[in-house]
Design a protein around this ligand. Structure first.
Ligand code: SF4
Length: 481
């Protein structure tokens, strides 16, 4: 009997960004094409993969902690295969990591399960037919897209996944001084539109109703193509796929957000009016030290342009506090800019030195952790006030919600503006498009009553109970930060 005929189990532990979640989904479907079955318990698996993140020290520490757990599993079961994937491995860290973690069998760069496919072929006593199957799957890494309809989603996610992340730009060539991504995910390259559209069609055929198009700088999509085809054109093409209800994209870079993209976001009903535009700092010297390539006034002008072209919008941003050398006054610039612009959500991070980055090599991490925390809390408080006020505007109004999952006895989903809404219903609502009348608001979520169902739920499957929420679709197996 071919080894692929035996039921072998895999477990994927994922930490980090949506890109990693998408990579884990692709890997899970490829393993299932090889005959593996997903298990939620790592100690029950024949193959354990850790898909890692090193963007912040905390994420790296968690990955190292999980590696120790994997080591203990291997001591109990020497047959266990352990794979390490993602930004910890990067494009060239495997030899160093092999010395540090000798119990790891195989190292995979982000978005590239190829080394695992090679390893499985070498390890398993398979037939020529098995080798051919592995070779076929190996050639279909994310950059080439998966062509076989049956394994675009891992089995447990089929008919249960409302929203899926779809990478469209891999890597980044921008080299902001604080960021490790270009060193770990390689230079920027856009996926061919035909591959992306094929992937979205297959996701929709398997129940997905919303896709999030991902890129480190998503608005640069297509700038490496010869033809004039960019994010605006791709958004229109994705929105035209029958069955898709919503399309989103992240993360933009302020320098590349064109009028054309903003206009498509305004005019195409299936493209949600939600922008992610990281400012990172509200002081020109800090922005220069970060090598972001714009000034505070440039960012102000961008927000004005987005609001003018697409008045019905929400705009989220990212801010780092405690960047090397950031004085009190420079921090005050970030605080004042956020107060002035009243954006809709701020992803806040305390600066964390990342090896090999320009900031780590050339700048001193001289803001104490206590001071970073003080600055973080100040902005947190400011944003809470802004959000509380903004969300109150929805009181008594009907909002359209795409229902993603059930949480603590309530259904939860998001409005077109990406506001989180909870409501109650005894019916299956997963994937339904509903109108909710809002009767409670807080800074981070709203609650209301079901008014009408506009698009019915995805028919319930027996596996529903194992999938409590979208971002943790396989519970322990896809364990996001
Ligand atoms: S744009 Fe800057 S912060 Fe974003 S991934 Fe690229 S280097 Fe990192």
């Amino acid at each position: 009997m071919s080894w692929m005929m035996k039921v072998r189990k895999y477990n994927i532990w994922t930490i980090g960004c949506q890109m990693n979640e998408a990579d884990s989904r692709h890997l899970g479907s490829q393993l299932e094409a090889l005959g593996y079955a997903m298990t939620e318990k790592a100690d029950d698996a024949d193959l354990v993969v850790l898909n890692t993140c090193v963007v912040r020290q905390q994420a790296e520490d968690r990955a190292i902690g999980r590696l120790q757990f994997a080591k203990e599993l291997k001591m109990r079961n020497p047959e266990l295969t352990i794979g390490l994937m993602g930004c910890m491995v990067g494009m060239r860290e495997a030899p160093r990591l092999k010395k540090q973690f000798p119990f790891v069998d195989v190292f995979m760069p982000p978005s590239d399960p190829g080394p695992l496919m090679d390893f499985l072929r070498e390890q398993q006593d398979g037939t020529e037919e098995d080798d051919a199957r592995i070779e076929e799957i190996r050639s279909k890494n994310i950059q080439n897209a998966i062509q076989d309809e049956e394994y675009i989603l891992p089995a447990l996610q089929r008919s249960n996944t409302v929203q899926a992340n779809v990478p469209i730009v891999l890597g980044c060539s921008h080299a902001c001084t604080f960021c490790v991504i270009p060193y770990r995910r390689g230079p920027e390259r856009s996926r061919p539109a035909a591959d992306i559209l094929a992937e979205v069609r297959k996701l929709v055929a398997q129940g997905v109703r919303e896709v999030m198009l991902l890129g480190q700088i998503v608005d640069r999509y297509g700038t490496d193509f010869e033809e004039d085809y960019g994010l605006a054109e791709l958004l229109k093409d994705v929105a035209a796929i029958p069955g898709i209800l919503r399309v989103r994209y992240l993360t933009g870079h302020p320098n590349y957000m064109t009028d054309k993209i903003i206009e498509v976001t305004r005019d195409e009903p299936k493209v949600m009016p939600h922008f992610e535009l990281p400012v990172q700092a509200g002081n020109d010297k800090v922005l220069e030290d970060m090598k972001r390539g714009y000034t505070c006034d440039d960012f102000r002008a961008l927000i004005e342009r987005v609001r003018r072209i697409c008045p019905d919008n929400t705009i989220n941003t990212d801010v780092i506090v405690g960047f090397p050398g950031e004085t009190d006054e420079e921090f005050q610039g970030s605080y004042d800019l956020l107060k002035e612009l009243e954006l809709d959500k701020v992803h806040l991070a305390k600066y964390s030195e990342r090896p090999k980055t320009i900031a780590a090599r050339k700048m001193e991490d001289d803001v104490s952790d206590e001071e970073k925390e003080r600055r973080r809390l100040l902005i947190d408080e400011l944003v809470d006030d802004i959000l509380a006020r903004k969300n109150k505007q929805w009181m008594g109004q009907e909002v359209e919600v795409l229902v993603e999952s059930r949480h603590k006895g309530k259904w939860r989903g998001r409005t077109p503006h990406n506001r989180l809404v909870f409501f109650e219903s005894d019916e299956n609502m997963r994937g339904a498009l509903v109108d909710i009348k809002i009767d409670f608001t807080s800074p981070y979520s709203m609650r209301g009553d079901l008014v009408r169902v506009k698009v019915p739920a995805i028919p319930q499957t027996p596996d529903l109970s194992t999938i409590p929420m979208f971002h943790r679709p396989l519970k322990d197996s896809l364990n996001m930060v």
